[in-house]
Ligand binder design. Structure first.
Ligand SMILES: C=CC1=C(C)c2cc3[nH]c(cc4nc(cc5[nH]c(cc1n2)c(C)c5CCC(=O)O)C(CCC(=O)O)=C4C)c(C)c3C=C
Ligand SMILES: [Fe+2]
Length: 390
């Protein structure tokens, strides 16, 4: 396919239990067709020693190379090592297949302070996000020095991956926050059907997809000359935990719900059209002269034509963290988006949404993350952060 010729990851494994390639020009887990499950974790680095941090990243890379291929985290494994020592794998994935596991790393703005001599390497694109109207961010579940996005078709496999990286990082990093997600809310390949978010709408119809090779080059991957050379072939990740006021939404009429998004709930078709992938027609008018797709419909506000052709590769997940003690589901969307430069992509889109989107009556942004995801790993001699620490 075009995508393969461009050097991106292959479309999909034959089955959801198969392994996906770990090495490549770009990190796996970005254009990789979105798996069903997520365990996302953000770490603070607690060691003050640069060498210790590099050693840990090398150990993480070796472990991730193994786990993504369905192997134990370490060479001895859960039960093959000395009986007197803690095993180099925690064991809960023994007997489970690779399940399409991808492990993607990102470096947060706070890593580029004066602790590790990285200040001069901080990309401009990693500038802190502005404050958006209406957000209510909790610092304890926001930010972090290093993030890991583990995606798989089996939640136990994703959790196993994060747990073993945390185990390896003991004493060097500490978990700042983490998030489980189920039910992808985006497709990142035309081979996938569009899944639904917890508001019941198809989500990810007009997403950047792995088949759009020239768009990915223009909108997703950092190019030489964009900023520091170490990020070439990488991408910037924005995370937003968006709590939904589910019970209020569920008392809203179908017509109001559809007006808010600008698409119908059954098919996901643009209002005024029949099929999901029909073009949005923002000029179409009802007989009374009002626009068929409201002026403040979510898809109009978020559309590239509203933002100098800024696209995002969305890769979010539904989450339910139980209920909140008031009988309401503690649920929503763990939004993840990749892009070439958040200052030109996520920021203007979110600024528009935060000011005008009627969806804001039903949602609240409670956590935020911004991470620089370096390029892919070449081979077993490579490690996460090589280009940064070189
Ligand atoms: C800043 C970026 C975005 C945030 C935050 C966001 C939150 C959010 N979105 C939905 C549901 C839908 N979004 C849809 C489309 C859509 N959303 C964004 C961006 C953000 N959404 C973009 C760029 C687009 C595509 C617009 C286009 O070009 O057509 C849709 C429609 C289906 C689709 O195309 O994906 C839905 C549904 C929720 C529930 C939510 C916060 C909780
Ligand atoms: Fe959206």
């Amino acid at each position: 396919t075009n995508a393969l010729m461009e050097g991106t990851q292959p479309a999909a494994a034959a089955s959801t239990s198969d392994p996906l390639p770990f090495y490549g020009e770009h990190q796996a887990g970005i254009v990789t067709p979105a798996q069903d499950r997520l365990h996302f974790v953000s770490f603070d680095v607690i060691t003050k020693k640069r060498d210790e941090l590099i050693d840990m990243l090398q150990e993480w890379t070796a472990s991730a190379a193994r786990m993504t291929q369905g192997k134990d985290s370490g060479t001895f494994g859960a039960v093959g090592g000395a009986i007197e020592a803690p095993p180099d794998d925690t064991g809960e994935a023994l007997g489970l297949p690779a399940s399409g596991l991808t492990i993607t790393i990102g470096f947060g703005p706070s890593l580029f302070d004066d602790r590790f001599g990285l200040a001069a390497k901080k990309p401009g694109a990693l500038a802190d996000l502005p404050k958006f109207p209406g957000e209510d961010l909790l610092p304890e579940i926001s930010g972090g020095d290093i993030c890991v996005q583990a995606c798989a078709h089996d939640p136990q496999v994703a959790v196993h991956a994060v747990r073993n990286l945390a185990r390896i990082g003991f004493g060097k990093v500490s978990v700042r926050w983490s998030q489980l997600g189920f039910g992808r809310t985006s497709s990142t390949s035309r081979a996938q059907s569009t899944a639904r978010n917890l508001m019941g709408f198809k989500d990810g119809t007009n997403n950047l997809k792995l088949e759009d090779a020239s768009m990915l080059k223009q909108q997703l991957w950092v190019a030489p000359g964009d900023g520091p050379a170490w990020m070439s072939g990488g991408s910037y990740m924005v995370t937003r935990k968006i709590r939904m006021n589910i019970e209020t939404w569920d008392r809203t009429s179908l017509s109001e719900q559809q007006q808010i998004f600008g698409r119908d709930k059954g098919e996901g078709a643009p209002l005024g059209k029949k099929h999901e992938f029909d073009e949005l027609d923002f000029a179409a008018k009802n007989p009374d002269g009002t626009p068929v797709i409201a002026i403040d419909a979510h898809v109009r506000l978020a559309h590239p034509s509203t933002h100098g052709n800024a696209h995002l590769l969305r890769r979010g997940y539904n989450y339910v963290d139980g209920s909140d003690g008031l009988g309401r589901l503690d649920a929503g969307l763990f939004f993840i988006a990749y892009q070439r430069d958040p200052r030109k992509q996520f920021v203007p889109v979110q600024m528009e949404l935060s000011r005008k989107d009627p969806l804001n009556e039903y949602i609240k942004h409670v956590s935020s993350g911004l991470f620089a995801c370096p390029p892919g790993l070449r081979d077993a001699g490579d490690y996460w952060g090589r280009t940064l620490f070189a």
